[in-house]
Design a protein around this ligand. Structure first.
Ligand SMILES: [Zn+2]
Length: 365
């Protein structure tokens, strides 16, 4: 079978160890899978620091100084020229969450993971895509409401089998611990409900439990003022000994943190398009307590470990009630079905199929 060439544009290094969000954890294994299981030779072009300088092309970032909306036109021109050169041999271009200057001769596919940030949302306003791939049916509907002319296909995220094995073999949390740990595994974003989690602990505390709230944190300058707001909130409720910040963890450290966790929380207004952190927690046998999250519900197929609340401030009460779920063994079967839907091989095969379709359609034009 003829080897195809895929040019991927990414706004981070897919081999980065510091994996701050869902897409950072999914893109690397997807591209590796396309080479390993598929029939694709992959060239990755990205901005910023690279963890695999022998394999990746570093391209211009015209947006690097755009805190005030400024952009360098010369830099954009250089990026256009770089991508024209890199795409000469490409059969398909895959862009991760960004619209960039494309080669009109080569069909382009967008992997869209959110519309909650400006660069990601602008990519969805472009009509240059042969196809847009999203991780859930729920997000597909959102994308079509933004731009009804797009061809949008759903491919749920895939996890490598070794990761699935590791997560599903983590020991189940005990329901009779003296202190129960609830964790916020999200990047610092005011919309993810950090304040609701803290205030809920103060306003509606548990009746028979001791709960400790653990907040995963990215120690970056841009998040410092948000952290100070949360520290002030914690102090105002005298919760200093019940809430702690833990610096962002990667790989094994992250699983270790998950193994001591009883529940993860997402109590904000931010609507997840897949909710990887929450989904991973549930397949490891933890509770996920969230406000309304239709995409997470879709991926988890209504698992009883996912508790959706009308009032996020009452999460401690839900946690007390939910701890009894751990003892129910009939949940195992339900989890197998969720996990089967999250296979990396399935994800890779589905991407390949879409690349072949857009390539064929381009050939027929
Ligand atoms: Zn790289």
């Amino acid at each position: 079978m003829k080897v195809r060439h895929l040019l991927v544009y990414c706004y981070f290094c897919p081999d980065c160890r510091h994996r701050a969000g869902g897409v950072q954890q999914i893109a690397g294994p997807l591209l590796y899978g396309l080479t390993k299981y598929g029939n694709w030779e992959v060239t990755v072009a990205h901005v910023g620091l690279c963890n695999a300088p022998d394999h990746h092309e570093i391209v211009e970032d015209p947006f690097k100084n755009n805190a005030n909306g400024e952009l360098e036109p010369e830099s954009l021109q250089r990026l256009t020229s770089q991508l024209q050169t890199l795409s000469k041999e490409a059969d398909v271009i895959l862009c991760i969450d960004r619209v960039v200057p494309l080669n009109p001769k080569v069909p382009a596919v967008l992997m869209s993971n959110t519309a909650a940030y400006s660069a990601e949302a602008f990519a969805l306003l472009s009509n240059c895509w042969s196809c847009v791939i999203v991780p859930s049916e729920h997000f597909r509907r959102c994308v079509l409401a933004i731009n009804p002319t797009l061809n949008v296909q759903v491919i749920p995220y895939g996890l490598d089998q070794s990761i699935v094995n590791h997560i599903t073999n983590l020991p189940r949390p005990k329901s009779n611990c003296s202190t129960v740990i609830a964790r916020l595994p999200h990047r610092p974003d005011r919309r993810k409900g950090h304040d609701v989690a803290i205030e809920g602990l103060a306003l509606h505390p548990p009746t028979d439990l001791s709960i400790h709230l653990e907040i995963a944190w990215l120690p970056e300058t841009r998040y410092e003022s948000f952290r100070q707001e949360l520290v002030d909130l914690i102090k105002s409720h005298r919760l200093e000994d019940k809430v702690s910040f833990v610096n962002w963890l990667n790989e094994d450290e992250r699983w270790e943190a998950l193994s001591r966790t009883h529940a993860v929380l997402q109590l904000g207004v931010f609507e997840e398009t897949f909710g990887l952190g929450v989904v991973v927690a549930v397949i490891s046998g933890r509770l996920a307590i969230t406000t309304a999250q239709p995409a997470v519900r879709e991926v988890l197929r209504g698992s009883s470990l996912h508790m959706e609340l009308d009032d996020g401030y009452r999460w401690c009460i839900a946690l007390e009630r939910g701890l009894s779920v751990f003892q129910k063994t009939e949940k195992e079967r339900e989890h197998h079905q969720i996990i089967e839907g999250l296979s990396l091989e399935r994800m890779v095969a589905a991407y390949e199929k879409i690349f072949e379709i857009v390539l064929q359609r381009k050939g027929n034009d």
